[in-house]
Design a protein around this ligand. Structure first.
Ligand SMILES: CC(C)(COP(=O)(O)OP(=O)(O)OC[C@H]1O[C@@H](n2cnc3c(N)ncnc32)[C@H](O)[C@@H]1OP(=O)(O)O)[C@@H](O)C(=O)NCCC(=O)NCCS
Length: 174
């Protein structure tokens, strides 16, 4: 798809972002998490894709640390594309733009919990050295992935250190 306009979101985009989530995730209520991250965590990277004034997709990256390491990391989540705009390259473009901005900001590794068939297309690989904040059920093990933004950095070992909105076991369970 050509002409995908991607930009950081502002406070005026909140209502449009809030419309995308129930549409993309009809069975999951991610709005409280998204609202908390957008309003309480100024360091998040929040990008929207838009066609004209219509917002078609949204992605969030939360900067985070790793226990016992000074690695600058980030967690990718959530990512949502409005149903009628899916499969047009918007999700992939949001991921690519986010990774590019994070690389420039000095982030060296980005983590995600999601479908490996989808995120593998953007360079994510199974992650075993760094654990998520809560143990994952066996069936989700392959879903925990990362991508390196700086190959000169050796992979660290430890556990992801995330801000408060992410510290809810329900967000890490099926
Ligand atoms: C998953 C999602 C973000 C993908 O965004 P998108 O803009 O539709 O994806 P893209 O156009 O960049 O990529 C589409 C390709 O990814 C693949 N793909 C899309 N969703 C996929 C999924 N859930 N699992 C595996 N592959 C998927 C398709 O094969 C498609 O390629 P094809 O059209 O050549 O077959 C979007 O469909 C969405 O919001 N879904 C509902 C919410 C969700 O599951 N979010 C993911 C959070 S982990």
């Amino acid at each position: 798809m050509t002409g995908i306009d991607i930009r950081p979101s502002g406070p005026g985009d909140l209502a449009s972002i809030e419309r995308i989530y129930p549409d993309a995730f009809p069975e999951e209520d991610l709005l409280p998490l998204v609202r908390q991250l957008l309003t309480q965590e100024p360091a998040v990277l929040s990008l929207v894709a838009g066609a004209g004034h219509e917002i078609t997709g949204h992605i969030l990256f939360t900067p985070c640390g790793i226990t016992g390491s000074d690695t600058a990391a980030a967690l990718l989540a959530p990512l949502a594309v409005a149903r009628k705009y899916q499969r047009q390259g918007i999700g992939t473009a949001l991921i690519a733009e986010g990774l590019s901005r994070l690389r420039l900001a000095g982030v060296t590794r980005v983590y995600v919990l999601g479908d490996p068939a989808y995120y593998g297309r953007s360079g994510f690989e199974p992650e075993t050295a760094i654990s998520p904040p809560y143990p994952l059920p066996e069936q989700w093990r392959d879903a925990w992935q990362s991508v390196s933004l700086d190959t000169s950095q050796p992979p660290a070992r430890g556990t992801l250190l995330l801000p408060e909105p992410w510290m809810q076991p329900a967000l890490w369970a099926p």
